[in-house]
Design a protein around this ligand. Structure first.
Ligand SMILES: Nc1ncnc2c1ncn2[C@@H]1O[C@H](COP(=O)(O)OP(=O)(O)OP(=O)(O)O)[C@@H](O)[C@H]1O
Ligand SMILES: [Mg+2]
Length: 373
């Protein structure tokens, strides 16, 4: 994005006083994807605190990438994130989005160009769902018609049929539905950058899994640049193109792809985040779609798994079914096309291959071949 792209958006828009809910948006036309984010030597010292909350962090995030910040409570994740949309002003350092120095922009205007999803969705209780989602576009001067069309489109996108949900109030939705509205609202004006602070934290594991999947599917179309904060390393593995493991004061312990971090944690601190079974977790990053499948066997009594699942899902199914082989198919119904099969040996080989140079963690010790046969 050229330098002028953000500057040109500075205008006489009304300002919002409620920064915590100022999620979002707008700026580039729909579908134009993300913008790079660069944090250069950024520090935040809160008044009266001895040590800085964020100490000289430098982090570059590519356009269209999801970077997950993971680290212990109080390490500065939220502070780091909020400096990107200037809900918190850095003490020193530079923040560039699409090459533009955002600290030189009008803060309120800038904030509206960055989608923001917070854990407690922050919906206005007295506004209907449609009004909540359309708020930022209206503030950006979109016409009623254009805003209404966009709201309708987004409700469809997040799986809440507008006819049923647009006129409800937030309290008339479940927690998971409110989270979806939070995501829709952050997307409303199609911001190139989205900040997501534990956005799915308040939901049960099943809803959370579904929201994560839906969001990843959306992101494949949108290509936003996303900074995603979580406490949960497994969520980081699932959501991140790259993960920044942060220590106290947001010092970066490791910044790399999920695969690389699992294969070679930089130090004991990072290992402690991965927890036990790091090698097994790697199976979760390996899609069946990319695996070498065996031919479809003659046996007809095997369980079936979708090709969209991971090698880890296949392992779970083997352990659950007591079979050391499963069919890989277009879907789980038993009616779709069957592409091939995969065996427990194949899963063991997949992690053994990749970890040959890491004798400290023997994956085969955790996989008992007799368990599935
Ligand atoms: N307004 C503030 N004034 C003073 N100190 C603050 C303020 N906000 C946060 N802090 C301190 O800055 C540090 C980082 O806080 P931050 O909210 O960024 O952590 P976090 O990593 O998001 O934690 P959590 O995982 O618990 O949300 C903490 O020690 C916190 O107490
Ligand atoms: Mg936080």
């Amino acid at each position: 994005m050229p330098d002028t792209a953000l500057d040109s958006r500075i205008s006489s828009e009304p300002t919002t006083s409620d920064s915590a809910t100022s999620l979002a948006p707008a700026a580039v036309p729909a579908g134009t994807g993300g913008a790079t984010i660069q944090l250069l030597d950024v520090t935040k010292s809160y008044p009266g605190q001895v040590a800085p909350a964020v100490d000289h962090i430098t982090l570059e995030i590519a356009a269209g990438e999801i970077v997950v910040l993971v680290g212990p409570s109080g390490c500065g994740k939220t502070t780091t994130m909020k400096m990107i949309n200037r809900l918190i002003e850095p003490t020193s350092g530079q923040i560039l989005i699409g090459g533009t120095d955002v600290l030189k922009l009008d803060a309120d205007e800038h904030r509206r160009n960055v989608g923001y999803v917070i854990q407690q969705t922050g919906l206005f209780p007295h506004m209907r769902i449609a009004e909540n989602i359309g708020l930022v576009p209206r503030m950006l001067g979109w016409s009623k018609r254009r805003t209404a069309d966009r709201v309708e489109e987004l409700l469809e996108v997040v799986g809440l049929p507008p006819g049923e949900y647009a006129r409800r109030y937030p309290r008339e939705l479940s927690g998971g539905q409110q989270q979806r509205v939070g995501v829709a609202r952050a997307l409303a004006a199609d911001p190139p950058v989205m900040l997501m602070d534990e956005p799915f934290g308040a939901t049960d594991p099943i809803t959370r899994d579904r929201l994560q999947n839906e969001f990843l599917r959306l992101q494949r179309e949108m290509g936003k640049t996303i900074v995603f904060v979580t406490h949960d390393f497994d969520e980081a593995l699932k959501m991140g193109d790259r993960i920044a493991v942060l220590g106290p004061q947001s010092v970066i312990a490791q910044f790399d792809t999920p695969e690389a971090i699992l294969a070679a944690p930089a130090n004991d601190y990072v290992s402690s985040f991965i927890g036990s079974g790091g090698q097994l977790k790697r199976l979760g990053l390996m899609p069946l779609r990319d695996a070498d499948l065996r031919p479809v066997p003659a046996r007809k009594d095997l369980s079936q798994i979708t090709i969209d699942a991971s090698l880890h899902d296949a392992l779970d199914l083997m352990l659950e079914s007591g079979q050391d082989k499963v069919l890989v198919a277009a879907d789980e119904s038993g009616e779709g096309e069957v592409f091939g099969s995969i065996r427990l040996d194949d899963l063991m080989a997949a992690i053994a291959d990749d970890s040959a140079d890491d004798p400290s963690d023997d994956p085969t010790a955790k996989l008992d071949p007799s368990a599935g046969s």
